[in-house]
Design a protein around this ligand. Structure first.
Ligand code: RP5
Length: 185
C-alpha cells in the first residue's frame, strides 16, 4: 500500500511547534509513509480546524497527529469531528514544562479518544501512526518488525559495552578492581 496522497496529517497549533513536531514527519518518512504538515490552530482559526477534521477521512487520510502546547485543544477538537484515530503530542512551552499541554490533551471525556504520547514525544506519534497503518499493510508491518529488531540489537550492544566496561574497571557496582584487594587487616 503506497497511495499517492498523504495518509497521515501532521498538524500543530503554531509553527513554533514545528521543532518538536518534525520528528513525527521524520519517523513517517523513514517508513516511506506519505504525510502532510500544516498549522491548524484550534483557537485562532477554529472554523478552519473544524473543516480540516471533517474533510480529513474523505481526503484519504488514515491517521491524524496533532500537536499543541499550553491550552492544547487541537487534538481533542479534531477527534470530536473525525472518525479517524487522532494521536496527540503535548508540546512543552516555556512555562510548566509541558504538563499543561499533557493534561489538556490526555484528559479527554469518554467517547472521544485521543492517543496521547509523552511530552515532546512526536517521534513516537509517528511510529504509532505507522503501526496503525501497518495493521492493513503487511509490508509496513514487516518494516516495523525490522525496526524493532534494530532497537533490540542496539540495546543489546549497549549492554555488551557496559558489561565490558565494568569488567575492565570494576566500576558501576561499587566494586573494587580485582587487582586491588584492599588493605590487609
Ligand atoms: C498553542 O500555542 C500552539 O500549539 C503553540 O504551542 C502555542 C504558542 O503558539 P505561538 O504563540 O508560538 O504561535 O496554541
Amino acid at each position: 500500500m503506497r497511495s499517492t496522497g498523504p495518509l497521515v496529517g501532521v498538524v500543530m497549533g503554531s509553527d513554533s511547534d514545528w521543532p518538536v513536531m518534525q520528528a513525527a514527519v521524520e519517523a513517517l518518512e523513514e517508513f516511506g509513509v506519505s504525510a502532510e504538515a500544516d498549522v491548524i490552530s484550534a483557537h485562532r482559526m477554529p472554523e478552519d480546524m473544524i473543516r480540516y477534521g471533517q474533510a480529513a477521512a474523505g481526503r484519504g487520510l488514515k491517521v491524524i497527529i496533532a500537536g499543541a502546547g499550553g491550552a492544547a485543544h487541537l487534538p481533542g477538537m479534531l477527534a470530536a469531528v473525525t472518525t479517524l484515530p487522532v494521536i496527540g503530542v503535548p508540546v512543552p512551552l516555556k512555562h510548566l514544562d509541558g504538563l499543561d499541554s499533557l493534561l489538556s490533551i490526555v484528559q479527554m471525556p469518554a467517547g472521544i479518544p485521543v492517543a496521547t504520547v509523552a511530552v515532546g514525544g512526536a517521534r513516537n506519534a509517528g511510529l504509532l501512526a505507522v503501526r496503525i497503518l501497518a495493521t492493513a499493510d503487511p509490508e509496513l508491518s514487516a518494516q516495523m518488525a525490522e525496526f524493532q529488531a534494530g532497537l533490540r540489537s542496539a540495546a543489546q550492544a549497549k549492554g555488551e559495552a557496559l558489561r565490558a566496561k565494568v569488567r575492565v574497571s570494576g566500576a558501576g557496582h561499587g566494586l573494587k578492581p580485582p587487582s586491588d584487594p584492599g588493605p590487609e587487616l
